[in-house]
Every structure is written in structure tokens, then in C-alpha cells.
Design a protein around this ligand. Structure first.
Ligand SMILES: Cc1cc2nc3c(=O)[nH]c(=O)nc-3n(C[C@H](O)[C@H](O)[C@H](O)COP(=O)(O)OP(=O)(O)OC[C@H]3O[C@@H](n4cnc5c(N)ncnc54)[C@H](O)[C@@H]3O)c2cc1C
Length: 432
């Protein structure tokens, strides 16, 4: 039986471990922290007997690798999936606008959804439709050096639709602003979501905590398939001889005799792992990161009707309704990340009161603020080029996985899971 050492128990590490153990490999997974999941994990509120996540995550119908992974580990019943795209947007003052595509007549259903999206002027809606029609024939080369802002300007999108439509899509999908985001990456995302059938644009939301959906099931799958998961061990050093890894040292143990090692850690963690016995170095892409702030509120009563809302014109981007527990999410949260939790709560609540007259701060029984400083890398115009430069292909039995690898996707669950699956296929091929 071939032996594989996987370093990092985020979704990329879990995905590669699941697919390799499913293919008869003996997998050992090392994770530095005391829990699996990396940037997707849940905690428990004892007082209200409720799981809550480090950050609300949204999946989409076009997340083919993720949905396949969830099916493999047996989590398909833990998802709420829309039949087709439907988002309720709210403006300050409480006016509600539906962006809703019917199930049939794709792609006309999506164009009609935009046409009926009354949060924008009719003229702007036509311009957006024009933009989507052009998307089908737009070339990557034309967008390579453009930001989303420059692209939208070229396509004559009005200031109003940039602020109240495109800005929300960009910050939701790429966790950065239109000024920083790469047009090429945004085009890739739009094509995946809107040009692959009606189901691709449907929103999929976990019904349970992220740990219950991903880590717990993946862990069970790996262990059932004779794999071993070791928590609270941080890899510090990798010994190389003759362009092959001979040992991997953690803060507690030394691991030897593995046919292959997969490093499934983020770029900043990779930079801290020392290579010894060789002059080779990791050539790590220098990516910048963007924060996300979530606040979980437990309420005395639940005044919200919809499963989630997008907030137009606010620095809070989404509200998710889990019953008496709601989650508010701010992407690209640089301006708030350094504030105290109490200040963040005050800001979020006063903003929420301006959007929903049904909500009052007195309803709050408990709250938790979670700041993820390096939630995602910024997909700017240089990031894709940096990701395409191979990290280090010169060590023969070493492979890399992670949302930052060359998947052509932004920093997402789909990119992490896809990288894990693709790398497992490469490993299988390399050991044939
Ligand atoms: C708040 C938030 C909201 C998000 N929202 C969405 C969303 O709505 N939709 C979406 O698709 N994506 C979203 N993302 C992004 C998504 O969570 C990530 O892209 C994905 O989880 C990255 O997985 P990964 O395995 O590549 O990396 P990670 O999850 O970072 O996993 C890497 C693992 O390696 C471990 N590690 C690091 N160094 C070592 C070492 N030396 N030895 C051993 N182990 C080590 C770490 O502890 C970690 O567990 C969000 C992220 C955050 C933080």
C-alpha cells in the first residue's frame, strides 16, 4: 500500500486525503491546530445550544468539485439548495427587491431576473443585460491587465449599477473591491455562475455547522478507509535528499517512509516551513490577503422572513437568518478589523436598524464577533500570474494543494476542494 503524508487539515488537505484514501492509499494527515477544517469550522454556544461558524459560507450550484466531495463523504442532506437564483436585496429604509430567476427557460430566465430587478433604473438593467450578452464572447487576453472597475467603465455601466449591483457581486464573490479585483478573475467567476445552466447560479447554504458538514464527515471517511488523522502537530521542517523528501518533522515527531507528501497549507504558512539538506527553496507566490468580519446575534425573537438578505449601499453585505440566531457578514472588512468587538457590534446593529424597522438592538440576548484577518487572498491583476508560476516542482515526491494553487478560481471552498482532488489524481498518476 502506498503511503501519503498530507500536511494541513483545511478543505484542500481533507479533499486530497478523502480521494486518496478512497483509492487505496494509506493517508496520514497532520494538522497544526486542535481541530480540522482550517478556515471553515464551527463552535458551540452552550447557552443557546447552537452551532455557529467562524464565518457564514455560501456555496453555489456551480461548485461541482465541492458538491461531489460532499456527496462522497455523505453530507448531501446537510445542504439547502435553491432551484434557481433568488436573492432578496434590501435598501436603507426597508424596501425589498427580488432578484429571482424562474427555474425554466435558461438563459432567458436570468436575463428576465435582471430586467425585473427594480432596485436599479430600467436603463441600467438593460446595460447589465448587454454586459452579460458580451460576456459570452469576451476574451481573457483583453481583461488580463484590467481591474473590474476599468472593465465596468469600458462597458459603460452607470455609477448607480456599479455601486448597487456590481460592487455587491464583486465583494461577495472575490472579497475585495472593484478597484483591486482582477477583471479576468471576475469574468471567470461570472462565466461559471451564469453561463453553465440555471442550476449553476443557484445558491447553496449549509443547513448545519461547517464542521458538521465537512470536517466530521471527512474525518470519518478517512479513518474508515484506514487513514490516520493527527491534530495539534505543526510541521516545521522537511528534510530533502536527492530531490526527494526523506523526513517531515513536526514540533513533536519525525515522520519517515512516505511515498509522497502533500503540503495543503496557505502560502504564509508554507513560508515558515524550513527545507533542509537541499539548496532548493519554495518559490511561494506573494499573495495579499483580505479580511472578513462576521457577527452572530442570538435574539429574543426572530423578525426576519427570508433565509438571507443582501444589503444595498451598506458596509454590511449579508444577513443570514438561522431562526433566533442571525449572522451578519462584512467582506473586505479592512476598515473595521482593528476595532473592538463591542464597537463592531454597535456599528452592525445601528446599520441593521436602518435597514429593518422590525429589528431593534434590545432583541439581542448574546453576540460573538469573529474577525478572520486572512480570510481569502486578493485576486488582483497580478495574483493569477503569480499562482501559475510553479511553487517548486523540483522535489519529486512533493505536491501542493490549497485554494491559492493554480485552479483559475478565487480563494473559495471550491478552489480548495478542487485543488485537493486534482492533486490526488496527480499523485495516483505519479505512483503508477
Ligand atoms: C470568514 C470566511 C468566509 C468565507 N466565505 C466563503 C464563502 O462564502 N464561500 C467560499 O467558497 N469560500 C469562502 N471562504 C474561503 C474558504 O473558506 C477558503 O478558501 C478555504 O476554506 C481554504 O481552504 P484551504 O484548505 O486551502 O486552506 P485552510 O483552510 O487555511 O487550511 C490550511 C490548514 O493548514 C493548517 N496548517 C498551516 N500550517 C501548518 C503546518 N505547518 N503544519 C500543519 N498544519 C498546518 C492550518 O491550521 C489549516 O487547518 C471564506 C473564508 C473565511 C475565513
Amino acid at each position: 500500500m502506498k503511503r501519503v503524508l498530507v500536511v494541513g487539515g483545511g478543505l484542500a488537505g481533507l479533499s486530497s486525503s478523502v480521494y486518496l484514501s478512497d483509492n487505496g492509499f494509506e493517508v496520514t494527515l497532520l494538522e497544526a491546530s486542535p481541530k480540522l477544517g482550517g478556515r471553515t469550522y464551527s463552535m458551540y454556544n452552550d447557552r443557546y445550544e447552537d452551532y455557529y461558524d467562524n464565518g457564514q459560507h455560501i456555496l453555489m450550484g456551480c461548485y461541482d468539485y465541492t458538491l461531489d466531495f460532499i456527496n462522497k463523504i455523505g453530507g448531501e442532506d446537510k445542504l439547502y439548495s435553491q432551484e434557481s437564483l433568488e436573492i432578496n436585496f434590501v435598501k436603507r429604509g426597508g424596501d425589498l427587491f427580488h432578484l429571482k430567476a424562474r427555474k425554466y427557460f435558461y438563459p432567458l430566465n436570468l436575463l428576465f431576473a435582471v430586467l425585473k430587478f427594480k432596485a436599479l433604473r430600467l436603463k441600467d438593467r438593460f446595460k447589465i443585460i448587454d454586459f452579460f450578452l458580451d460576456l459570452m464572447c469576451c476574451l481573457d487576453e483583453d481583461l488580463r491587465d484590467k481591474t473590474v472597475k476599468e472593465w465596468l467603465r469600458c462597458k459603460k455601466q452607470s455609477d448607480d449599477s456599479v455601486k448597487n449591483f456590481w460592487g455587491i457581486l464583486v465583494v461577495g464573490a472575490l472579497n475585495t473591491t472593484i478597484e483591486k479585483a482582477s477583471a479576468e478573475m471576475f469574468a471567470e467567476v461570472l462565466k461559471k455562475i451564469f453561463l453553465q445552466g440555471s442550476e449553476a447560479s443557484a445558491i447553496v447554504i449549509p443547513k448545519t455547522g461547517l464542521s458538521q458538514l465537512f470536517s466530521n464527515l471527512a474525518c470519518k471517511f478517512i479513518e474508515t478507509n484506514h487513514g490516520q488523522i493527527i491534530l495539534s502537530e505543526k510541521v516545521l521542517e522537511i528534510e530533502v535528499s536527492d530531490k526527494r523528501i526523506t523526513s517531515v518533522s513536526t514540533d513533536k515527531n519525525v515522520y519517515k517512509n512516505f511515498d509522497v507528501t502533500i503540503l495543503a497549507v496557505p502560502t504564509f504558512a508554507l513560508a515558515k516551513i524550513q527545507l533542509t539538506g537541499t539548496a532548493l527553496q519554495f518559490n511561494i507566490p506573494d499573495l495579499k490577503f483580505s479580511p472578513i468580519v462576521n457577527i452572530h446575534l442570538w435574539l429574543s425573537e426572530n423578525p426576519f422572513k427570508e433565509k438571507f438578505y443582501g444589503l444595498i449601499g451598506s458596509d454590511i453585505h449579508w444577513l443570514f437568518n438561522h431562526g433566533k440566531h442571525i449572522t451578519l457578514m462584512m467582506s473586505a472588512a479592512d476598515q473595521i478589523i482593528t476595532l473592538e468587538s463591542s464597537e463592531i457590534k454597535r456599528h452592525f446593529c445601528s446599520e441593521l436598524e436602518k435597514y429593518f424597522s422590525i429589528f431593534h438592538s434590545e432583541m439581542i440576548l448574546d453576540f460573538v464577533v469573529i474577525k478572520e484577518k486572512r480570510a481569502t487572498f486578493i485576486p488582483d491583476i497580478t495574483s493569477n500570474r503569480k499562482r501559475k508560476e510553479k511553487v517548486s516542482s523540483q522535489i519529486e515526491n512533493l505536491f501542493f494543494a490549497g485554494d491559492w494553487t493554480d485552479t483559475d478560481l478565487p480563494s473559495t471552498i471550491e478552489s480548495a476542494v478542487m485543488s485537493g482532488k486534482l492533486i490526488s489524481e496527480q499523485v495516483i498518476h505519479s505512483l503508477k
